[in-house]
Design a protein around this ligand. Structure first.
Ligand SMILES: Cc1ncc(COP(=O)(O)O)c(C=O)c1O
Length: 409
């Protein structure tokens, strides 16, 4: 597999890292190993492979060469800043069949009954539901806390029963709240907690949490990493190779959340243009956010790139760009939002995000419908909040579409 010099940038890694360089047919684009199982030369080789005395492929729920390409590539991308600071700290990754499979498998590897997971309000609805339902049944408690200062984080840790993991999203889904990753990582690790960051909204192009001190990064590769909306997938990345390739790999093998080779191949095709796409997503979103900010039916715009956004200074410090996600509240609440979402033509009314086209949706009735209303409101997810994933279309066309819809209110 190709590995690039540490000095090479993210676009070069996105295109070349992890690509096979030993294909027998000298295929220019990596082939898909669409095979459930792999043959043994003889019984002796089968025995040696199972015993770990020889390296090789056995069964695709365990390992698959096409899946390993995206694991290598994303490890290279999440590790660009870290390896520039410390060339000895390698990042490694394990891909999953969905973002939820990645998140649940990682947390089930880190936590035991009686442990507490500390987190904040406003996480992706599925993650929030996982912690409140399945984890609660397993005896794992979730404690919500503000992550705004080290003192508050430390007080929450001291008050919790066997706190083991601090889990966060930054920017968070859907209101784009930011957390100072370096600050909370330092506070939590001082008490022995592992820090997990969902980096789905930012991608490694705009933010690299491992370099900021996090222990693990998770992604829904379904979003920007694939970029074209053709697969559901996830990945866990970190610097503890032993934990990832033994403990976590064992969970993937036995819980069965391994990705399909074809999905991995599609994700790899998307990854090659990630840096370019994130640049355009960010530029388009900034233009749309500034325009929304001037529209009278719009009460409030949440976007890290706006000067008045409460996390703007942190975003400038912690991120390399502001991303493609915007949330906005309409003066007319749910009724106005319904008119806008039913009127747009260029934007697609759909959940998910990070695709080349612009998508629009209503968190309260869609992605966060499973989160109790009070908890939702506390996290700023009001009934009238609209979430926009700004795509790569010509930005004036996105504005034209939204302008027509706002005019119908
Ligand atoms: C921030 C975030 N994390 C995790 C997930 C879950 O990923 P998946 O749908 O790939 O399981 C999502 C899905 O919307 C998400 O937005």
């Amino acid at each position: 597999m190709k590995q690039l010099p540490l000095t090479y940038g993210p676009s070069s890694h996105a295109i070349h890292a992890g690509e096979p360089d030993n294909d027998q047919a000298r295929a220019h684009v990596n082939p898909i190993y669409q095979s459930a199982t792999f043959g043994f030369a003889d019984v002796g080789q089968g025995r040696r492979l199972f015993a770990g005395e020889e390296q090789g492929y056995i069964y695709s729920r365990w390992h698959n060469p096409t899946v390993e390409v995206i694991e290598e590539k994303l490890a290279a991308l999440e590790g660009v800043d870290l390896r520039r600071a410390d060339a000895n700290r390698a990042v490694t990754g394990l891909a999953f069949s969905s973002g939820m499979a990645a998140i649940s498998s990682l947390l089930m590897t880190l936590l035991r009954p009686g442990d507490t997971i500390l987190t904040h309000g406003g996480l992706y609805g599925g993650t929030s539901e996982l912690m409140q339902s399945i984890f609660q049944d397993l005896g794992i408690q979730r404690v919500l806390t503000d992550l705004g200062s080290p003192e508050v984080v430390e007080a929450a840790i001291r008050a919790a029963d066997r706190p083991r993991v601090l889990y966060l999203e930054s920017p968070a889904n859907p209101v784009l709240d930011l957390v100072d990753i370096a600050m909370v990582a330092q506070a939590a690790q001082a008490h022995g907690l592992k820090v997990v960051v969902d980096n789905t909204f930012a991608t490694p192009i705009l933010q690299q949490p491992l370099a900021l001190g996090a222990d693990f990064v998770v992604h829904s590769t379904t979003k920007y990493l694939n970029g074209h909306g053709t697969t559901v997938g996830g990945i866990v990345l970190g610097t503890d190779g032993d934990f990832i390739h033994h403990d976590l790999w064992e969970r993937r093998k036995l819980l069965g959340g391994s990705p399909s080779p074809f999905d991995a191949w599609l994700i790899n095709q998307g990854l090659k243009t990630l840096a370019l796409r994130m640049e355009r997503h960010s530029a388009n979103a900034l233009t749309v956010a500034r325009w929304l900010d001037t529209q009278s039916p719009v009460a409030r715009v949440h976007y890290p790139g706006l000067d008045h956004f409460r996390y703007h200074e942190l975003a400038k410090r912690q991120m390399k760009g502001f991303g493609g996600m915007i949330a906005f509240e309409l003066q007319g609440g749910v009724a106005a939002g319904t008119v806008v979402m039913n009127t747009v033509q260029l934007c697609s009314l759909a959940v998910s995000l990070g695709t080349v086209d612009t998508t629009i949706m209503h968190p309260a009735s869609m992605s966060h419908a499973g989160v109790p209303r009070e908890q939702r409101l506390e996290a700023g997810i009001t009934d009238g909040l609209v979430r926009l994933s700004v795509g790569l279309e010509d930005v004036e066309d996105i504005i034209d579409d939204l302008g027509r819809a706002l005019g119908k209110i």
